[in-house]
Design a protein around this ligand. Structure first.
Ligand code: SF4
Ligand code: SF4
Length: 345
C-alpha cells in the first residue's frame, strides 16, 4: 500500500504523470455547479467542492452510446447487417469522485454485471476506469450515505482515497490498480505518522456530522402488493412534474431506451438514458400505457429503489445516499420521507 502526501498545487501537477496513460477526469466548476471534465481542457480542477450536480455515471455508462451501425445502401454487400460500433475503452481515471458515487457503481454493477447477465459495454468501461476518491470532510445536510451502507470516507469500489488535510492531500492506495496509478504521479512525499493520524480523525468526525438518515430496516419484510397498493402514493406524487431530474442526476438509476437513427443510407442503433418518470417510458406500440398516471410512475421509482431491488438482490437499497434527488427536485419530493412512509407502513 502507498501513502503519499502532496501540497494541493503539487497534486494537480502530479496528475500530469498518469495523464500520459489515462484520460483523467477532474471536478471543474462551471457557473454554479461542478462537473467532471477532462484534465487540461483549459479549466482548472477544483477539488474544494461538495459534489458534482450530475454524478460521474456517464463516464462508465454514457448518456448516449452508439451500440451498432448498419448500411441501408442496397449496393453495399453488407447492407442491413448490424456491426458493433467502435468504442473507446482506453484507460481513464475519475479523480475526486465522492465515495457515495463510487458506491453507486457497486449498486449498478448488480444489474449490469451479474451471473445471469453481463452488459459488455458497461463492464468494459468499468474495467478500464480507475476510481480515485475524495473523502468528504463536510457532508451536505442532505447526505445520508451512512444509512445505506456507505460513509464519507467509505473505501468500497475505490482504487485510491484522497484525504483533504487542509494544506495537503494524503493519497492512499487501496488496490493494485490504485498503486499503479499513484506510482505514475510525480512529486509528493511518503506520508508521515501525523498525517495518517489526522486522516483517521478526519474520517471519524465526518461520519459523525451526518445526521440525515433513511429508514430501511423493515422494507424487506413488507408484503410487496400491500406496499404497491398503499394509500399514500397519490399524496407522494401530487407535486411531481415528471421532469426526470431525480433519475438523471442519480448515480444508481440505470434505465435506458434503444433507438434507431437513420440519416440517408446510414443507420445507428443508440442506447440513451431513459427515466421511469417520463410517460413515454412504458408506452406500448399498441398505444396502451400501463403507467399512464403520474402516481404510477412516482410509485415505480420508489418501489424499484426501496422494494424490488431490496427483494431481488438482498443487498440494501438502490440508493447510495448522495442526496442529489433531494437537493435538486424542483418540488421538494424527498426520498427520505418516502422511505419512512414505506418502512413504517
Ligand atoms: S425531480 Fe421531483 S418533480 Fe422531477 S420527476 Fe423527480 S420527483 Fe418528480
Ligand atoms: S435516489 Fe437520490 S439520494 Fe439515492 S443515490 Fe439516487 S440521487 Fe442519490
Amino acid at each position: 500500500m502507498i501513502n503519499r502526501i502532496f501540497t494541493k498545487d503539487d497534486w494537480i501537477k502530479a496528475l500530469e504523470g498518469p495523464a500520459d496513460d489515462y484520460r483523467i477526469f477532474v471536478p471543474v466548476k462551471e457557473g454554479d455547479f461542478h462537473s467532471f471534465k477532462p484534465l487540461g481542457n483549459g479549466k482548472n480542477p477544483d477539488f474544494e467542492y461538495q459534489n458534482t450536480r450530475l454524478s460521474a455515471k456517464s463516464l462508465i455508462y454514457p448518456q448516449s452510446e452508439r451500440m451498432f451501425e448498419y448500411s441501408l445502401d442496397e449496393d453495399d454487400p453488407e447492407a442491413n447487417i448490424l456491426k458493433e460500433s467502435e468504442k473507446d475503452y482506453s484507460p481513464q481515471a475519475i479523480v475526486g469522485i465522492r465515495p457515495c458515487d463510487a458506491h453507486g457503481f457497486q449498486i449498478v454493477k448488480r444489474n449490469f454485471d451479474n451471473p445471469e447477465f453481463r452488459d459488455p459495454w458497461w463492464v468494459q468501461h468499468r474495467e478500464s476506469t480507475v476510481l480515485v476518491g475524495m473523502g468528504c470532510n463536510a457532508p451536505c445536510s442532505t447526505c445520508f450515505c451512512t444509512s445505506v451502507g456507505g460513509g464519507p470516507f467509505n473505501e468500497d469500489m475505490l482504487d485510491v482515497l484522497l484525504y483533504d488535510l487542509g494544506e495537503t492531500f494524503l493519497a492512499k492506495s487501496l488496490t493494485e490498480i490504485g498503486e499503479e496509478f499513484l506510482n505514475k504521479t510525480e512529486g509528493g512525499n511518503v506520508a508521515d505518522d501525523e498525517s495518517l493520524k489526522n486522516a483517521e480523525a478526519l474520517a471519524a468526525s465526518a461520519s459523525e456530522m451526518i445526521n440525515s438518515t433513511i429508514p430501511t430496516d423493515k422494507l424487506k419484510e413488507k408484503v410487496l402488493n400491500e406496499l404497491f397498493d398503499a394509500p399514500f402514493w397519490s399524496d407522494v406524487a401530487f407535486a411531481c412534474i415528471n421532469c426526470g431530474t431525480c433519475t438523471f442526476l442519480c448515480p444508481t438509476c440505470w434505465c435506458f431506451d434503444i433507438q434507431d437513427e437513420v440519416l440517408g443510407k446510414q443507420g445507428d442503433r443508440i442506447r440513451n438514458w431513459d427515466s421511469c418518470m417520463f410517460p413515454l417510458f412504458t408506452l406500448h406500440g399498441s398505444g396502451h400505457n400501463p403507467r399512464d398516471q403520474k402516481f404510477h410512475r412516482v410509485r415505480q421509482r420508489f418501489m424499484h429503489k426501496l422494494k424490488y431491488y431490496v427483494d431481488k438482490y438482498e443487498n440494501g437499497v438502490q440508493c447510495s445516499g448522495c442526496g442529489r434527488c433531494v437537493r435538486h427536485c424542483p418540488v421538494n419530493i424527498d426520498i427520505r420521507q418516502v422511505a419512512e412512509l414505506m418502512n413504517n407502513y
